[in-house]
Design a protein around this ligand. Structure first.
Ligand SMILES: [Zn+2]
Length: 331
């Protein structure tokens, strides 16, 4: 079975170059905490970086594709590579929220087994912040007594959510987010029309991979649909429950993103940031304060996703608060 070689993205080249140089000069650390620029394609990043470090003849950061390591990694048969990530729960069929202690124990066991090949052994964990306390503690012991010729790679978007004891034992690498020009260029290279690319990059807060993902989901159409329903709700033509039901026909990431975007837009508007500097009235200032509070609150509330009912209740609560703020008058 042969799978395609993973892809690298232009904005990752700095970190990839650094990794390769460290390997070539025999200075690779035992453990690295890599801060990724996007939640997307972490799997691809993990594989590409690992393959680059294993490849016999990488050229200009490209994989040779022919050596033993490249072939076996592509086929998923390279025994000295382990990847631990969130698993799908057998019962609920949903993605687990944590990386379980058993996964980490298995990984540690693998790390101390004899190398199968005369190369580096690589173990990757992502998203590393998904390790719970016991998983992180188990891993900590390994970092205190690292096995020889092993690279442990923790990939995360939120290093701050990883225990400092763990972080301090890793060398820290960061992938800087792509700038706007590079992002638009990359989206254009993927065959996305310039105007559409610009719109999606804005939806994605500047993350080209997320922009691509949203474009594949036809997010723009959902935004338009949501705007119409929200307007009806704010006019009183639709209840919060009805609006939520429509929203929840999508996976929760979509309504979460829609709400985040809407609150941000209203905040900008209330603060006068959407137009040339204008004097803000007392009503608008009050609105802005309420919206900023709601934005913070919504971020926390909409993280619940154990079951859909919880999420729906939180979503309704946020929407009702939004309506109250927007229709509030100074007494
Ligand atoms: Zn190769």
């Amino acid at each position: 079975m042969t799978t395609e070689l993973p892809t690298m993205f232009p904005w990752q080249s700095e970190v990839l170059e650094r990794a390769l140089k460290l390997k070539q000069s025999n200075h690779l650390p035992h453990a690295v905490m890599l801060e990724a620029a996007s939640d997307y394609q972490m799997d691809g990043l993990a594989r590409y970086l690992s393959m680059l470090l294993l490849c016999d003849q990488p050229e200009n950061l490209s994989l040779c594709g022919r050596c033993e390591a490249c072939r076996m990694m592509s086929a998923g048969t390279y025994a000295d590579f382990s990847l631990v990530t969130l698993e799908v729960d057998e019962k609920s069929k949903k993605l687990n929220k944590n990386i379980k202690i058993d996964q980490i124990r298995n990984l540690i066991h693998e790390l101390y087994l004899t190398h199968k090949y005369a190369r580096l052994k690589i173990a990757v964990i992502f998203p590393a912040e998904a390790m719970n306390k016991s998983s992180a503690n188990a891993l900590l012991k390994t970092l205190e007594e690292p096995a020889a010729d092993v690279l442990l790679l923790l990939i995360t978007r939120n290093p701050g959510r990883i225990p400092i004891t763990l972080r301090s034992r890793c060398q820290s690498w960061t992938i800087d987010p792509a700038d706007e020009r590079a992002s638009l260029q990359w989206l254009a290279d993927q065959g996305i029309d310039a105007a559409i690319a610009a719109q999606y990059l804005q939806y994605a807060g500047g993350d080209p991979l997320l922009a691509m993902h949203l474009q594949q989901q036809n997010y723009a159409q959902r935004v338009e649909k949501f705007k119409t329903s929200l307007a009806a709700f704010l006019r009183g033509g639709q209840s919060a429950t009805e609006l939520c039901k429509n929203l929840l026909s999508d996976e929760v990431a979509i309504p979460r993103r829609l709400i985040e975007m809407t609150l941000k837009a209203y905040c900008y508007k209330a603060c006068g940031m959407d137009s040339a500097a204008q004097k803000i009235s007392a009503v608008e200032r009050d609105k802005a304060r309420g919206l900023l509070d709601l934005q913070r609150r919504a971020q926390q509330q909409l993280q619940v996703e154990e079951n859909n009912l919880d999420f729906q209740l939180q979503l309704e609560d946020v929407l009702i608060s939004l309506k109250q703020i927007l229709t509030r008058r100074l007494s």
